[in-house]
Ligand binder design. Sequence first.
Ligand SMILES: Nc1ncnc2c1ncn2[C@@H]1O[C@H](COP(=O)(O)OP(=O)(O)OP(=O)(O)O)[C@@H](O)[C@H]1O
Ligand SMILES: [Mg+2]
Length: 130
Amino acid sequence: MLLGTAHLVVSAAPSPARRTRLAGTVRDYADGFAERSGIRTDLELPADLGPLSKDVATALFRTMQESLTNLHRHSGSRTASICIARHEDAISLQVRDTGHGIPKAKMASPDGPIVGLGVGIAGCANGCGS
Ligand SMILES: Nc1ncnc2c1ncn2[C@@H]1O[C@H](COP(=O)(O)OP(=O)(O)OP(=O)(O)O)[C@@H](O)[C@H]1O
Ligand SMILES: [Mg+2]
């Protein structure tokens, strides 16, 4: 079975870091997504995300939103798996599905970049405008 995976790793504190409500916001959004879409959604989140700058928290949240929107619109998956992990000086986000994957016609080569990107993935690659 093919998997669609979105993966983001950002430096955790490029500008002043502070405690955020990101964990609660992520939990609420994942619950709402599961309820609205009927897609079984698993969330792995550390108890303490540690201090984050506002820009990093915003980029993380927007990337998760766009990944879940893409999963719902494009993948055909019945499951979503979100994993946020805190590393020493970085934070990572992974959103996985069990759908049919990105169509071959949209890949420049098997491991190459996606052609015909919409605003979503390109925006996330550019820090989601934050
Ligand atoms: N989880 C996924 N499963 C299968 N295909 C995907 C998935 N996520 C993205 N894609 C493919 O990658 C393409 C580009 O995604 P992107 O988010 O950039 O644009 P979009 O969703 O088509 O439009 P927009 O985000 O601008 O509303 C999608 O059109 C779709 O074909
Ligand atoms: Mg999109």
